[in-house]
Design a protein around this ligand. Sequence first.
Ligand code: ATP
Length: 587
Amino acid sequence: MRFRELSECYSKLESTQKKLEMVDILANTLSKASNEEIGKIALLTLGKIYPDFVGIELMLAEKMAIKALAVATGKNEKSVAQIVEEVGDLGKTTQTLLEKKSQSTLLSFTTQKDDTEYEIIDVWTKLDSIAQTKGEGSSDKKIRILSGLISKVSPLEARFITRMVVGQLRLGVAVQLLLEALSKAKTGTREKKNILERAYNLTSDISFISEKLYKEGIQSVEEIKVQIMNPIKVMLAQRVSSADEILEKFEGKVSLEYKYDGLRVQIHKKADKVKLFSRRPEDITEQFPDVIEFIKESAEQEDFIIEGEIVAFDLKNEKILPFQYVSQRKRKHDIEQKISEIPVRVYLFDALFAENRVFLDEDYLQRREILFKVIKETENIRFSHQIIAENTDEIDDFFHQALENSCEGVMGKSVGQNSVYQAGARGWNWVKYKADYVDKLSDSFDLVILGAEYGKGKRAGKYGTFLLGCFDVEESIYQTFTRVATGFSDDDLAYYFKLLKPLAREKPKEVLSDIDCSVWFDPRIVIEVTGAEITRSQMHTCSRGYFENENDGLALRFPRFTGKLVDDRPPEQATSNEEIRTIYLKQ
Ligand code: ATP
């Protein structure tokens, strides 16, 4: 398939907000894709060239894309940058400038280029070489490849290519929508989406499952199994705010564990090879060579997939350190220095695969037994501290013990039948009971920055107030929940201005808001916020449609930024509207 056809499909997708219509538009184009190209089309449609866990990303700086555009159009770089700034959209600017250029040289892309038009695979290959070009002179080389590419394709294609390279495709197509479209394209109905979603949760690889679907049919997708070295989407927890609630949820018996305040890690081992994946899931192996060694030393079996939490550890005082420490270990440079500055420990809590057997469908306590067999405890590899509790006193005691031991609270896990590992789901088989939930005035939320207003006085020239939203998983949209201006230091404001400015754009269609903002952003940055109370509000769209008055939504009162940038998960894993409703109803 030609990349032009895919671009026309993207353009149509941009013109509608209706989810079903988007599924149909996308399915129509996907149904024409060949078995060889469908995997790449699926990735490109999500703005990627490889699945997240492969670690090869496009993400060219906007400055470099502007240079490439200047070369392609023969314009001066400064004036291109200025137009981009005015238009607020690199893709649109690319299209307009190339259209103008083609008009002035009297070339028509439609008539002139049919035979030489780029196939999707060709464009993917060029993007891949941009992403993989490294080392000395790589910036110039990347610019050359990009300018060569955009001067050879039509202006519409160039619009989407430049957006892809800077990581701002902005089609409003989330994985869920793509899965529905794939189902419709290949089976004629959206109903097989669940089968695709299951396979996606087990492999985190959209290209693999779409190729499988096209080559071998939906039945073979149904048979897809866990594959070692492909991260499984992690299971997440619901929140509860009392020991009673835990007992009630688990009918009187629960596995309680410390909730360590660190980084979730899924560890894959195959013979001598060990890989670590974050919950996003990204490959974080390189940042933790020390953990790789700990695992190799402690492993009792050849192959396994296990899960745990990496925490920073104060060796002198034998104490777990807060999240802020371990998060510094995520940097990709000065790794050796960071290892000695911030030593870590891993607290393991689950086993998902070992010696060729998948354990996702086993009950939790059986999975823990397997964990004890595949690896042994050493200085730096520990099993999460656990008890089986059957009354609230035991839960409260354990909870306070957890806090004394520098943990965030406790995890409660079902030990009943069906206490399976629900990949990719935030179900009720796991709950979290954190210190901040005890005092309901300090509930914390991970919210997406949707827009901002410029600050005044000391804050002039920076963003001063931020519009924050939650994610509606069913509809794949962001809903507004609060506006926050408190809790930001001067350094924070400078930092967030720099971080957000390149993400400024027209109001994204996946944002449902009645509030207007001076600046809208790509919904990508997640921050942690606390608040006093959740109230009904006709100003905010969070959970609108769930109350008797159909204009009512939910709003967070007296919000305050906690200082924490939540960068270990995608925005789709921010606090959901459903979670907010649950907390509201509990209030
Ligand atoms: P939070 O920000 O509250 O950690 P989250 O959205 O990252 O939440 P949840 O599934 O809601 O993830 O809460 C559970 C998280 O707690 C896990 O993702 C994991 O990172 C961490 N954790 C710490 N200790 C444990 C444990 N013993 N069992 C499971 N998860 C644990």
